[in-house]
Design a protein around this ligand. Structure first.
Ligand SMILES: C[S@@+](CC[C@H](N)C(=O)[O-])C[C@H]1O[C@@H](n2cnc3c(N)ncnc32)[C@H](O)[C@@H]1O
Length: 712
């Protein structure tokens, strides 16, 4: 037994005894006049005898009452079991993460995944922690085997197929794509001989098998009298019963006195029950279902208050209601793994796509705002920063050479209303120089920086997402130095690209698609491993006007063939066109409740609201189509207020989603310290009529779980 000695300190006896109590240690205050060596041997022997370890020992001199110096030795002895369980805070966090990861995925995380979860830059630190945990007996980690971390005390689990549902006298209702369940390996032999079935009905309650339980079946064609079997009778009817051989055939006996046995001459045995997995949750869910009230929990750990939200290419361009990257990152880490293909169906400026590439996930993004797609495409594309610096410096000299008579001013309605003459000239020079850059990726990168400064240099009010002109007093004084603003912006952007270029996982693919997420955008059915998205909170007219925000930039950088079509974007987005009637077929009690209250105050507004949810429902259906079965769909959404009626969009999504075939697994609420949302929005664009927007948002976690009703 080794001796652990803390640095020698001179604690006061009060401190020593408090410390000892705190960590639950046996504390000895020993007066020991002899030298350390003998004492050390004595303590070690003591340790062996009592199965303890010395966790602290210290010598010091003191003065006795007789004024003679004495050597005092203080010893802290701890039962060896407790020593083993002493881990640092970080090691505990790592153990917890591994435990949860294994529980969720049935395999252990890689060093890379642990590193990513804790936001560390190197795996070496994780390796060190794991080594310490291994040495202290908390985990096993066979060398050179991927995903081989085992938490000590946890059995190794294996997956077996959950083939479907079995009910008395009914055919097995197979799950379209079989799910799996996890069982401990130790208890079973060759686990490919096992499968599981979910029980429906009460025919076996006296044997402790209840509705909703899962039974593990060992495949075998024969059974002994009294064993519980899966038997196929009458050609294709599967039933779970106790089997008894009778004179002329078999008796299948239910374990429920209210039911009669089945007598049959022939049957086929498909296996015997070897284990029952009780589904306590199912019972409580059943109770909840009777009085269906969805629940949200508050999770402050998702606030990310004070976190740096513009690392990498996230800071290239502002966009309304952007994800903070930390939220996208954590959702991706929780619900997808490296190598997966993920999708953001309302990708906006591409935050989730950038995070996906950094985390080793392939990704698709869809958005119906063309400027957003341009931004996303540029943000996900790594460019060598050396090339950027070189081209940028060349561009600066070129801008200075361009004469006023060489420039071409853009042509769109109200150009002079939104820009001063001098600003137009300066912007046009920069644009001309950018357009001369040969490398298309570099050109786009510079155009994104340019797009960002177009709004800054315009006559629009600072900090507004909607197009609101400055007050005339402010406007008179406003004289932006366009080139300086541009330089600052490009230099910041190149720094962001430097980080991104270094850390992006080049084995990943990312694609930003201009399209309407309520329609099929060519993404294959059952092909996506995880969807992480943040839908608009409501229609663009009365909440965030993405199109309006993007208009001037889009017009300057030639996003549209006809720049005057730019104002049409908002009408195309979710809820862009009000519904003509309040009659609908959406299956959501929460939505109906909200619509009813709003309609009492303002029927036209209720129709606006309805149109948004009709569109959203179509998007949920498309999401369901592209998602693989069993995979997660995470939506970050705010519950907006219309006419003083709070619309619980999170619950509405849960209800609509469940109707489509998702299961709602979680709804939690986070504070929005950093979300780029106006504090107040104007619901009607009428000055002075304001609604408060959210300081909180909900994260709804859905899972595609629908069962099909055929036998495989
Ligand atoms: C909350 S924003 C997403 C912001 C994004 N998470 C980011 O970090 O930039 C919602 C997006 O939904 C888009 N949108 C609205 N209706 C759409 C539709 N029918 N199909 C695709 N995108 C749509 C808007 O253009 C907007 O970019």
């Amino acid at each position: 037994m080794s001796t652990v000695v803390f640095p020698v300190v001179k604690p006061t006896s009060t401190f020593a005894s408090i410390f000892a109590r705190t960590i639950n240690v046996n504390y000895f205050h020993v007066y020991f006049p002899y030298f350390r060596l003998i004492f050390g041997v004595a303590v070690d022997l003591l340790g062996n005898f009592f199965k303890v370890k010395v966790v602290s020992s210290s010598f010091y001199n003191t003065t006795s009452t007789e004024n003679k110096p004495k050597v005092i030795h203080r010893v802290f002895l701890l039962p060896s079991g407790i020593i083993k369980s002493m881990v640092t805070k970080r090691q505990k966090q790592i153990l917890d993460f591994i435990r949860k990861f294994i529980a969720k995925n049935d395999y252990s995380p890689t060093l890379e995944e642990i590193k990513d979860h804790f936001g560390l830059s190197s795996v070496a630190t994780i390796h060190e922690h794991l080594q310490k945990l291994k040495e202290s007996g908390h985990l096993n980690r066979p060398e050179n085997q991927p995903r081989s971390i085992n938490i000590v005390g946890h059995e190794t689990m294996v997956k077996i197929p959950l083939l479907g549902t079995i009910a008395a006298g009914q055919p097995i209702e197979a799950i379209e794509v079989p799910e799996t369940i996890t069982i401990p390996t130790g208890k079973f032999g060759e686990y490919s001989n096992y499968y599981a079935l979910r029980v429906e009905g009460n025919s076996m309650i006296d044997d402790g098998i209840y509705d909703g339980d899962v039974v593990v079946i060992r495949k075998q064609p024969t059974a002994e009298n009294g064993q519980t079997v899966v038997a196929i009778v009458n050609d294709n009817e599967a039933t779970l019963k106790k089997i008894y051989r009778e004179k002329n055939g078999f008796r299948l006996q239910p374990a429920n006195p209210t039911l009669f046995p089945i007598y049959t001459k022939e049957l086929e045995i498909r296996g015997i029950v070897v284990r029952i997995i009780r589904n306590l949750e199912r019972q409580t869910e059943g109770e909840k279902a009777a009085d269906r009230k969805l629940q949200r929990r508050v999770d402050f750990s998702w606030d990310f208050n004070g976190a740096k939200t513009k690392p990498y290419t996230h800071g290239l361009h502002t966009y309304p209601a952007m994800f903070i990257p930390q939220v996208a990152r954590r959702l991706l880490l929780t619900y997808s793994k490296k190598g997966d293909t993920v999708c953001d169906i309302f990708c906006g400026s591409g935050t989730a796509l950038v995070e996906s590439r950094l985390l080793g996930r392939n990704s698709y993004g869809i958005d119906l705002n063309p400027l957003a797609i341009f931004l996303a495409k540029t943000k996900i594309k790594p460019i060598n920063p050396k090339i950027l610096w070189r081209e940028y410096l060349k561009l600066l000299s070129r801008v200075k050479e361009i004469k006023n008579n060489e420039i071409k001013k853009p042509k769109f309605k109200n150009l002079e209303f939104w820009f001063k003459d001098k600003t137009i000239t300066e912007l046009a020079k920069i644009k001309k120089a950018i357009k001369e850059v040969k490398n298309k990726d570099v050109q786009n990168f510079l155009l994104v920086a340019f797009s960002e400064i177009v709004r800054k240099a315009s006559n629009t009010k600072n900090g507004e997402f909607k197009l609101v002109r400055m007050k005339s007093d402010d406007l008179e004084k406003y004289n932006p130095n366009v080139l300086e603003i541009f330089k600052k912006r490009v230099e910041m952007s190149i720094k962001g690209m430097e980080e991104y270029h270094k850390d992006v996982d080049r084995n990943t693919l990312a694609k930003a698609i201009y399209g309407d997420s309520s329609k099929d955008n060519g993404i294959k059915e059952n092909s996506i491993d995880c969807i992480v998205t943040s839908p608009p909170y409501g229609d663009s007219r009365t909440t965030v006007a993405y199109g309006q925000f993007s208009r001037l930039s889009a017009q300057w950088i030639d996003i549209f063939d006809d720049p005057d079509s730019a104002p049409g974007v908002d009408n195309e987005l979710l809820g862009g066109r009000a519904s003509k009637t309040l009659v609908h077929s959406l299956s959501s009690e929460y939505l109906n409740g909200a619509l009813e209250q709003i309609a009492k105050k303002d029927e036209a507004r209720a129709k606006d609201v309805l149109s948004f949810y009709i569109g959203l429902n179509a998007c949920l259906k498309q999401a369901y189509r592209i998602l693989k079965p069993g995979k997660h769909f995470c939506l970050v959404i705010g519950n907006r207020l219309v006419k003083q009626v709070r619309i619980p969009t999170d619950f509405i999504i849960a209800e609509l989603g469940e109707k489509i075939g998702f299961t709602c697994e979680d709804i939690f609420v986070r504070n929005i310290p950093g979300k780029r949302m106006p504090i107040k929005t104007s619901p009607t664009n009428i000055v002075g009529e304001l609604e408060d927007t959210m300081t909180k948002e909900s994260v709804v976690v859905l899972r595609k779980t629908r069962r099909a009703s055929y036998i495989s």
